[in-house]
Design a protein around this ligand. Structure first.
Ligand code: PHE
Ligand code: FE
Length: 295
């Protein structure tokens, strides 16, 4: 059975640096313990309740159609025929975070890497790295939506390209992923809703991102997002709001090469700043913000 040793450390001239495992693994389904299945059930039911009226209609609809249930941890092999039929995507099991280029290549080929192991009961509210609950509950429902599915594959191809251009291009592209796929909001006729997986898999942030006066909520703008730093250790200071998944697809269709070149000459924006030209839904009060730590 694969062990959850996702990160090893290797001594280099920069000291110990983490090395991520790259292995694609069979989901070791029969090795999940009763506790693992209980953690899944608890998180699934808690978030499903909380997300009514908070997650986007499309996220909730696709989640229903996929047929995940709280009864037990889903088998990738049961979900895959449903997903393949809807959009041609499939899930592959992995130990954890992958090297960037490997990750992009999987996405470009419509393979979504899902961490096979699930957090422990004492980690229900916070985990600093993706686990099965985040990957499966958070990311997979929207892969059933044809437009979003195309966006994710295009992102993978864009990632392969950005990787060849250089580290600065990758920083720009990673911010786009962060502020859309992971922490995106969408405007529905009846108000703002969540579609970002980093939010839907977190109880605290599912409430904070919509109800709190602290964060900025700002209309989607590609270059603005590509210049904006973000938080990895606290709730986001800023959320960006799309009008539709089609908007996301259209805005990211152009070749990014000239955009990367232009942005290389410009400063980045602090995570919590409001910029001239922003379409402001909410100007954050900044309550509770830490001064340092934008990445
Ligand atoms: N259009 C982008 C490029 O040329 C690729 C991309 C598509 C990136 C969709 C992100 C999302 O690099
Ligand atoms: Fe994620």
């Amino acid at each position: 059975m694969p062990q959850p040793n996702r990160v090893e450390h290797q001594l280099t001239d920069k000291g110990y640096v983490p090395v991520y495992t790259t292995a694609v693994v069979e989901q070791p389904w029969s090795s999940y313990t009763a506790t693992d299945h209980e953690v899944w059930a608890t998180l699934f039911e808690r978030q499903q309740q909380l997300l009514i009226g908070r997650a986007s209609d499309e996220f909730l609809r696709q989640q229903r159609l996929m047929g995940m249930s709280p009864d037990h941890i889903p088998k990738f092999d049961d979900l895959n025929p449903v997903l393949r039929k809807a959009t041609g995507w499939e899930l592959i099991g992995v130990e954890g975070l992958l090297p960037e280029l490997t990750f992009f290549e999987h996405l470009a080929n419509r393979r979504f890497p899902v961490t096979w192991w699930i957090r422990k009961p004492e980690q229900l509210d916070y985990l600093s790295e993706p686990d099965l609950f985040h990957d499966l509950f958070g990311h997979v429902p929207l892969l059933m939506n044809p437009v979003f599915a195309d966006y994710m594959a295009a992102y993978g191809r864009g990632g392969v390209k950005a990787h060849a251009i250089g580290p600065e291009a990758l920083v720009n592209l990673t911010r786009l992923y962060w502020y859309t796929v992971e922490f995106g909001l969408i405007k529905q006729d009846d108000g703002l809703r969540i579609y970002g997986s980093g939010i839907v898999s977190s109880k605290g942030e599912s409430i904070h991102c919509l109800d709190s006066a602290a964060p900025n909520r700002i209309g989607f703008d590609l270059e603005r997002i590509m210049r904006t730093r973000y938080r990895i250790d606290t709730f986001q200071k800023t959320y960006f709001v799309i009008d539709s998944y089609e908007q996301l697809m259209e805005a990211t269709r152009p070749d990014f090469t000239p955009i990367y070149a232009k942005l290389a000459q410009l400063d980045s924006f602090p995570a919590g700043s409001v910029q001239p030209g922003d379409a402001v839904f909410n100007r954050g009060t900044g309550e509770g913000w830490l001064k340092d730590g934008d990445v």
